[in-house]
Write a protein that binds this ligand. Structure first.
Ligand code: PRP
Length: 207
């Protein structure tokens, strides 16, 4: 049985359709209920929906053999997994944003609010800029408005959240997209189905 961790939400549904195309369908997943685990013994596959930021934890510890996770999570937590393929979907970017009137005073320590502390630290270290990280768990956009921070480091997809809070992007740190990942031992011991999915996903994301 191949265990697949999918990120709950729109991205997960899109990705499930790709796995289905790869020959690992599981019709019961389409039933509308609040169940989180679905399996199709005939195809030897079991899917489960998890919080997008938890997918890598399941895969790293072997509770899932494979999964789909945003590159942001891989950069932030550096889980010990194989990153097998860029699925070229779930595209967004990691960016520095601030109120329009913000001007960086390099004499002062920059206060940075973020959920992605490691990405922010690494980015500013590469610029040789002194920062003070304020780690938050969500609604990051509020921080500069209330004076909790000077800037934020966060994910920008459509830019709507920034716009509606009078913030704008100052710098893009890195482009982000969804990645197909595998547990290292599973990649060895369940190589056949994983390679089969990988080949189909690669074909589906080509061009
Ligand atoms: C992310 C991010 C922004 C928003 C950006 O939050 O933190 O708030 O999406 O998207 P946009 O550019 O299309 O407006 P997410 O919805 O993932 O949830 P979160 O509040 O848990 O961070």
């Amino acid at each position: 049985m191949l265990n697949v961790a999918l990120p709950k939400g729109r991205l997960g549904e899109k990705v499930y359709a790709m796995f289905e195309k790869a020959g690992f369908e599981c019709p019961s997943i389409k039933e509308t209920n609040r169940k989180l685990i679905f399996e199709n013994p005939e195809k030897g596959v079991r899917y489960f929906w998890v919080k997008p930021s938890d997918v890598a934890i399941y895969v790293e510890r072997g509770a899932a053999d494979v999964g789909v996770v945003g590159k942001d999570i891989l950069l932030e937590y550096e889980p010990d997994v194989y990153e097998l393929l860029d699925l070229k979907t779930g595209k967004c970017r990691m960016a520095v944003a601030a109120p329009r009137e913000f001007r960086d005073d390099t004499e002062r320590t920059l206060k940075v609010a973020t959920k992605f502390s490691n990405i922010a630290k690494e980015y500013y270290a590469s610029l040789g800029r002194d920062i003070d990280i304020i780690h938050l768990n969500g609604s990051i956009e509020i921080a500069p408005i209330l004076g909790l921070s000077d800037v934020i480091v966060d994910i920008v997809e459509t830019g709507t959240t920034l716009r509606e809070n009078n913030l704008e992007v100052f710098e893009t740190i890195v482009p982000i997209s969804a990645r197909f990942i595998a547990n290292k031992a599973s990649f060895k011991f369940k190589n056949e189905p994983i390679e089969k999915i990988l080949a189909s996903l690669a074909e589906q994301t080509k061009g």
